[in-house]
Design a protein around this ligand. Structure first.
Ligand code: UDP
Length: 341
């Protein structure tokens, strides 16, 4: 392990953020979490980690954390992250998400912290005409959600030029799976993501899974996505910390292999040994046919390679989490449609 650091994790009670907290703790780092618990879960934060329940737009709450802790770096996960919701309510994204990022960047600069690692998204690339998608692919966000992340990335460019804050922006493709020991996993309210919904259908908690369109220009007509394990994403966040000593970076994170919706359902049937009832539905607005990452840049520069390469293994971790926690974290969260990852 490199030297012990103190990391402020925003959205550390959410899906990807909580896995980053677990990974940071397992490598001996100190962690402070700020999360408004709109989608995050108190139970996802280890008891020995300080959890500040506050919104990122609360500048005083941020200043107080920076005053009480000698923070070495910030990891920023907290954001609304639903493409569909952003198409219906763009201001939640172009307003709240952007304002939260802006407040965090300002507080980080004011505290003299020089490193920030931020969650970004494949949605930055909209509907690209090439695959796999590398960092040279033209940016043309596919939704107000993607645009809010792009604005954050641009604010970070200027935060470096004007104030010397170095940043890593990590564009995730489809985050999936759960912690291997089964104590952390995906628990959104409402759940909209394919793998947890398919597993709910396998477990009989939902009557079926609806396939959103089978008329795409793909071999089986359904959309192809690149599912990357949440702990591999967490690992990338930690690897980039040392790079930030010398430069800012932008990386696309995926496995480089795409699976169709039908292939995900078939893999889930093999993992669970159950039949998943399927219904055909209409296309969901804003879904590109194929989104597959090239992660060659982070692999070459930092040696990052997903440890979970295989879809069935990824789904098996999600199934183990579900089996151990049938109702997720078992809390009621405010159903604002917000996600804190
Ligand atoms: N999908 C689907 N039925 C569902 C949920 C998702 O067919 O109930 C499809 C969706 O259209 C997309 C893929 O599964 O092609 C992955 O969707 P998800 O919402 O998990 O992630 P996204 O790609 O939107 O980030």
């Amino acid at each position: 392990m490199s030297e012990r650091k103190t990391i402020l994790v925003t959205g550390g009670a959410g899906y990807v953020g909580s896995h980053a907290v677990a990974e940071l703790r397992s490598r001996g780092h100190d962690v402070v979490v700020i999360d408004n618990l709109s989608q995050g879960h108190r139970a996802a934060v280890p008891a020995e980690v300080e959890l500040v329940v506050a919104d990122l737009r609360d500048r005083a709450a941020l200043d107080s954390i920076f005053a009480r802790h000698r923070v070495d770096a910030v990891m920023h996960f907290a954001a609304r992250s639903l493409v569909g919701e952003s198409m219906r309510q763009p201001d939640l994204y172009l307003g709240e998400n952007v304002e939260a990022a802006r407040t965090l960047i300002n507080a980080t600069v004011a505290a003299g912290v020089r490193k920030l690692v931020a969650s970004s998204t494949a949605n930055l690339f909209g509907t690209p005409d090439r695959t796999p998608i590398d960092e040279e692919t033209p940016i043309d966000p596919g939704s107000p959600y993607g645009e809010s992340k792009y604005i954050m990335e641009r604010m970070l460019v200027w935060a470096e030029r004007c104030h010397g804050l170095r940043s890593a922006c990590l564009r995730y493709f489809n985050a999936a799976g759960a912690h291997v020991d089964g104590h952390l996993g995906e628990d959104h309210d409402p759940e909209t993501h394919l793998i947890p919904l398919v597993l709910d259908a396998a477990a009989g908690r939902r009557s079926h899974i609806e396939i959103f369109g089978a008329d795409y220009p793909t071999p089986d007509g359904t959309c192809i996505r690149d599912y990357v394990h949440v702990t591999d994403l967490a690992d990338a966040h930690i690897r980039v910390l040392d790079v930030l000593d010398t430069r800012s970076v932008r990386y696309n994170l995926g496995t480089g292999k795409g699976y169709s919706v039908r292939e995900v359902i078939a893999a889930a049937e093999r993992v669970t040994g159950r039949t998943v009832p399927v219904r055909m539905g209409a296309r969901r607005g804003g879904d590109p046919a194929v989104l597959v990452a090239s992660s060659a840049r982070i692999e070459t520069e930092l040696g990052w390679r997903p440890r979970f390469q295989d879809l069935e293994t990824i789904i098996a971790t999600a199934w183990a989490w579900r089996a151990r926690n049938p109702t997720g974290y078992g809390e009621t969260t405010a159903s604002t449609g917000q996600e804190a990852n």
